[in-house]
Design a binder for this molecule. Sequence first.
Ligand SMILES: [Zn+2]
Length: 460
Amino acid sequence: MPRLPLAAALLALTPLLLGATSPRPVRPGPGDCFLGLSDPRFTEWRQATEDACRVGLARAEARLGLSAPGARIRCVVTTREARRLPHDDWRYATTTTLPDGSVETFFAAEALASGALRLPQTAVHEMTHALLRAAMGETYVAVDPWFREGLAVWAAGQGQERLDNAVARAVATNRGATPTLAMLLDGLPSVPGEAHGADDYAEDFLAFEWLEERAGETAVGAVARRVAAGVAPLAAFSEEAGLDEGEVLGAVDGHARRRVSRAIRSAHAAALRSCGRKLDRGRSADAAACFDRFVARHPGSAVSDAARMLGAVAWQRADRPNLAREALAPVAASGSPFADEARDRIAAALEREGQPEAALHAACSALRDGFTRHAPHLSFVAARALMRLDSPAAAAPWLERIVSRYAASRYADGAERLLAEARRRLTATGADVDASSAASPHDADGRPPLPEPEAPPPER
Ligand SMILES: [Zn+2]
């Protein structure tokens, strides 16, 4: 289970602190729920990150046979807000070259707090980028993304996890249908100007896995050194593999198809197809039970969490929100790529169940201890809950935050209307305005079963 957030702990203590005369419980505002730079955990995170970067750099150097003596590489941990990242930029680590030529890797404190960021692996991944950046300077950014990301994923040993996650996201977004190869493989090289997202990383990695199987681990290091010296990625592969470039692309494609097919089979993904069909035909309770059975029968499957998410959608449609929350709880508490979405859905389910106090605390907890791209929605849940709890004064700061910081989000208009209502209620004491009259942009039926694939590309 997630750690009890500070605000919830304070709430539990409130009757003791204030005595029996307390008129109403303390209700958390945004300041209690967003991770701040004063969080005592920063000391620990900074130390752990510095250590992981040191080990990660040594590991990357050893795997690639490449070193950058005298390179200035620095790892920093801070909040996304302090970094002034827009709310829809939810990468949890990024490596950049600064104007003075030094290299900086940023780790989002929110991702460390939630466990979404696995520090040892992410540090090797980022230090691989940092090492190549230090060796190549700004010319590194012109290297084809499939090479940069595939090499980093390979060096960090994240390949299988990336592949499993890509299969799980394809299952979730296609409501249980078995993913096709075309859903998971675009082919190399990358198309210039096209976004290179988390799911592309698995395919990128498979090129390096193919090279390692064909020519050994040292061939991968040799390719990295050639590229660092200015050779084009495909030409470097061709030289190390002893094949022409067309043959390399054909062989990599064949390897990727075999590996993805195997990942789909070993996740037993085809067994979800019948559950998905029930969901599509509106047999929600049957579908939910079917997803539950899948989870029980295939405990180690790479698509278990995807099945739990779909099961929760089905329970919600069957009007059993408590069972939906039960399905979501293990996902929310894990480092799963769906944890972020699960925490958001739990808060929304509590709101729909008519439990505003619990919804408020679930939203606060998801914001404070979760790496979440759902901050606009969770803030809206908190504000609406406070309005229903007849606390317009407490709701207002949440709404002001949505209007000012998340102006581009789909919740901004609803927040503006609700803010006007909160202000009316504050000035006209005794007015009895129904908070639920504000437009809800998050109705159960207006929402796709699951959003777009969500694990962020961890860096660039
Ligand atoms: Zn990367």
